[in-house]
Design a protein around this ligand. Structure first.
Ligand code: FE2
Ligand code: FE2
Length: 359
């Protein structure tokens, strides 16, 4: 092992210790073969010298040696994803047409046909859990109310499967997700699409949508759970929700399920006022104040299963390093262990490093 000045570093040299910034942020872990990018990264942190192993990799490594096609790129190029995307777009268009007919009190609204199309979107796939990946990668397509509703319906379907609901209840959960926000189409688009913070008066208008949804759905012969899930999907178990401030025992169980799917979908998709959040940030959010607001009997299985869909995926960390998720810690779901090069980083042990992006 030898200590070496940054200006003398060369590609292929192997770090002999973890290199930290002055504020304790891990910049490059031990055992990593240096590349031009990593050396530039060390310079950017004003590091003066680092310890490296005596042996040096003889082949001249470039950053290209470390870049493989990301999972997201592979998924987006796959025939199954392209077929899903086409069907998704068709379903969103049909949903838009039908829900507008609903607002205009036109009798053409056919809830069963919309639901059958949504069920078909899932049932035609080989791996239903893969839908969660597809949804995340569909977010750059469209985030209007209609696409949001279809996404929430798909998430509710997968979620109900994780909760071992019967096939009939699973279909019911899907319908609850599909129609939960119908009342939103009554709200002026300039409020729904407003890029800035809503004024108290505008927020008051937005908060009418659960009751509006309930009233609209009540005109049709739909299961009570579908209407109640729409009415109560913004209620929270600690009484902090709206429109009535109901606590856990008064909230419909399908509304509890939709509430979780709805927040997860909204936070992982981009909005006019913010970028999409990484699913791991959303999981941290749920871990921090979720157990008071959402029913733990639903929330815990949801988080555990969502996190497991990311096992083996490639991620970028907030310290710039990239690696693969190789172990999910059941007591710290948002802090898995990442394999970076030939090193293992347990995020639970590293206070200031988080997953920034799934790549
Ligand atoms: Fe809503
Ligand atoms: Fe929603």
């Amino acid at each position: 092992m030898q200590k070496i000045l940054l200006s003398d570093l060369k590609n292929g040299m192997i770090t002999a210790e973890d290199v930290f910034s002055v504020d304790g942020q891990l910049i490059v872990p031990k055992g990593i073969a240096l590349t031009e990018n990593l050396i530039a990264r060390l310079f950017s942190f004003d590091i003066f010298s680092i310890k490296i192993e005596d042996e040096i990799l003889t082949t001249n490594l470039t950053d290209a040696d470390f870049t493989e096609i990301s999972y997201a790129e592979k998924l987006k190029a796959s025939p199954d994803f392209l077929a899903f995307k086409e069907e998704f777009k068709e379903n969103v268009d049909k949903l838009e047409f039908s829900l507008n007919a609903l607002v205009e009190k036109n009798a053409e609204f056919d809830a069963q046909s919309l639901l059958s199309d949504t069920m078909g979107l899932i049932e035609r796939r080989d791996s239903p859990t893969g839908i969660m990946d597809m949804i995340l990668n569909m977010h750059d397509y469209d985030d209007c109310t209609y696409a949001h509703s279809l996404n929430v319906a798909l998430i509710c379907n997968i979620f109900a499967g994780w909760l071992r609901f019967s096939p009939a209840e699973r279909e019911l959960a899907t319908a609850c997700g599909l129609f939960h926000d119908v009342g939103k189409i009554q709200i002026p688009p300039e409020i729904i699409k407003k890029p800035d913070k809503l004024t108290p008066a505008e927020y008051k208008i937005v908060k009418t949508h659960p009751l509006e949804s309930y009233k609209m759905l009540s005109r049709y012969n739909l299961p009570d759970d579908v209407k109640n899930a729409a009415l109560m999907h913004h209620e929270r178990c600690d009484g902090s929700g709206y429109p009535y401030g109901f606590t856990s025992e008064k909230i419909n169980r399908f509304a509890k399920l939709v509430a979780i799917a709805d927040v997860y979908e909204a936070m992982t998709s981009s909005r006019t006022y913010r970028e999409a959040l990484c699913p791991f940030n959303v999981i941290t959010h749920f871990e921090n104040d979720g157990l008071q607001k959402y029913d733990p009997a639903f929330l815990l299985p949801f988080l555990e299963n969502v996190v497991n869909t990311f096992l083996n995926q490639q991620v970028r960390l907030t310290n710039g390093l990239e690696g693969r998720i190789i172990y999910i810690n059941p007591v710290a779901l948002s802090k898995p262990t990442i394999k970076v090069g030939n090193r293992f980083l347990d995020l639970k042990e590293l206070d200031n490093v988080e997953i920034e992006k799934i790549i």
